[in-house]
Design a protein around this ligand. Sequence first.
Ligand code: 0PR
Length: 357
Amino acid sequence: MRGQPQDFDRVLSSMCTPPHPVARDAAERFLATNPGDPGTYPAVAELEDRAVELLGDVVGLSDPAGYIASGGTEANIQAVRIARNHSVSSDPNVVVPESAHFSFQKAADVLAVELRIAPLEDDYTVDLGAVRRFCDEDTACIVGVAGSTEYGRVDPIPELGRIANEHDALLHVDAAWGGFVLPFTDHEWHFGHAAVDTMTIDPHKMGQAAIPAGGLLARDGSLFDALAVDTPYLESAKQATLTGTRSGAGVASAAAVIEELWPDGYRENYELAQANADWFAAELRDRGFDVVEPDLPLVSASVPLDLFESLREVGWRVSRTGADEMRVVMMPHVTREMLESFLSDVDRLVPTANINT
Ligand code: 0PR
């Protein structure tokens, strides 16, 4: 059977997007390579080094250590694993904001660490007082989110770094989605702004690489020693990645597209996406919906369930937040025309929907 992938012309809530042409081309050329075995596949290993170096430029780190992971989930699991293995506690805990992606629940489960979930302030960033209260001598890691999945918010990363230092804990920043838009904002979020130890930044989200291409970076390469296992029958002596055989397509596409778009192409994407987010938020507000102010290019708004369902029925791929708002992510494929067409469906469907629910 020869399946047909979905079109992107009605996809509004995904954090993925069609790969950029240079990413697609690189992915195809490197399909039969495995960066997990750099002795046999040296060309893709070199591209991985280049991708990490370029990611360092994006996140204010001059000598970055890291690798291209299968996605943000693997990068977050590995960051928690670094912190756990680094910690001297026999009962380590990790303090995360309530806005943290569910991959941290997987990390806590797989790694048998306690997850302490700090509540948010009214602006959807983490409550620093709660983080302080939750930290103790067993805290291995504090997590800050730079571009949260549901509201696109950025936690106060420099303050989290100070709290982490006070507790000898590591600070991990999850910029899986936000990492390719935040360089063009005033936020303080990266290695150059704060005492960040590790970071997730995914080329296969806003970076426009082919899936799978997540990114894990560390300020200090020795942090990866805590993950390394011996690989006796490979030509390389050690391996710090979670998976063994890995996608050369993802790695090559990440290197190619970041080289192509950083910084001007990404800046252009950000400016278009943010303008669309601001415009779309205002349009929804004009129609009487409650909208969470879009700080980054992501709009969440209270939309009644029956309208939401009607929109899905006519083909719009929209999802809901935990608090039941509709969420639209301004990925590079989301154009003003798409949003106009969506709004005309909203206008058409509103009279039949019950706006008071
Ligand atoms: N960290 C953050 C801040 C995320 O938003 C996500 C995924 C991850 C980590 C995990 O990344 P991976 O999915 O690469 O492992 N956020 C999206 C979400 O849960 C993932 C997604 C992407 C969902 C495309 C749907 C979709 O169509 O919403």
